[in-house]
Design a protein around this ligand. Structure first.
Ligand SMILES: [Zn+2]
Length: 85
């Protein structure tokens, strides 16, 4: 079983300090992608769209559930899933 979903906005809010630009943290490899401050306030909603188009997803696999996973981890989870089929 491998289920991919869009990251929930509340999970981005949970790892972003208010007043700073939002970030996503991979629950699998712990990498962080933070919105770069170019003098424009980036909202959590904007960062969610950016992360989603960058391949970040929430993932439920047989072995674990990840609230946020980066595109690299999603590919690895997918490949592991395919091998089991
Ligand atoms: Zn990752």
């Amino acid at each position: 079983m491998l289920e991919l979903n869009e990251i929930d906005i509340s999970d981005i809010q949970a790892v972003s300090n208010s007043g700073e630009n939002p970030q996503v943290i991979c629950s699998r490899c712990k990498c962080i992608e933070k919105a770069k401050d170019k003098g424009v306030r980036i909202t959590e909603q904007m960062w969610l769209s950016a992360a989603t188009s960058g391949g970040w997803r929430s993932a439920s696999a047989d072995t674990a559930t990840y609230k946020m996973a980066c595109s690299t981890c999603i590919v690895e989870l997918y490949e592991a899933h395919i091998k089991k089929l």
